[in-house]
Design a protein around this ligand. Structure first.
Ligand SMILES: [Zn+2]
Ligand SMILES: [Zn+2]
Length: 139
């Protein structure tokens, strides 16, 4: 019998934490402008797990993308330190909760399947050898 993988992540201050069971249903990285601004980094790396495989502990602030235009899309983060990001992506990944992979600080976390919006990357960033890149969202 295979033992189910359990991973734990948290925000920087530890007030918000989460446990995910099994492997993510999807994972990708993205260098689009929205991801750069929302993470404060050169790209996001996100992973989506089924809602039933996720347990969240602690308080969080909920922020809607672009006002109420997409009520099924929002992201949450620790109200104290502003990190520990998790999110709902609406119709893109129904029935799942997405996480910023950095919150797990796990070098063995599954790699992104691809990097989106590669054309928007910082000019100094070289193409990874192990992960394909896409110019826009889909090809
Ligand atoms: Zn925190
Ligand atoms: Zn993005």
């Amino acid at each position: 019998m295979q033992v189910e993988t359990v991973r734990q992540g948290r925000c920087d201050c530890g007030g918000l934490s989460f446990t995910v069971r099994g492997e993510p249903v999807h994972t990708h990285a993205c260098t689009c402008t929205e991801c750069q601004r929302s993470t404060g980094s050169v790209m996001s790396h996100s992973a989506w797990f089924p809602e039933a495989a996720v347990a969240i502990e602690g308080d969080y602030t909920l922020h809607h993308h672009r006002g109420s235009e997409h009520p099924d899309r929002y992201r949450c983060f620790c109200p104290t330190c502003g990190t520990g990001r998790f999110f709902k992506s609406g119709a893109a990944f129904p029935g799942t909760i997405g996480f910023a992979v950095g919150s797990f600080a796990d070098p063995d976390f599954p790699p992104p399947r691809y990097v989106l919006y590669w054309g928007n990357r910082p000019n100094w960033l070289g193409q990874p050898e192990s992960v394909p890149v896409r110019a826009e969202a889909e090809e």
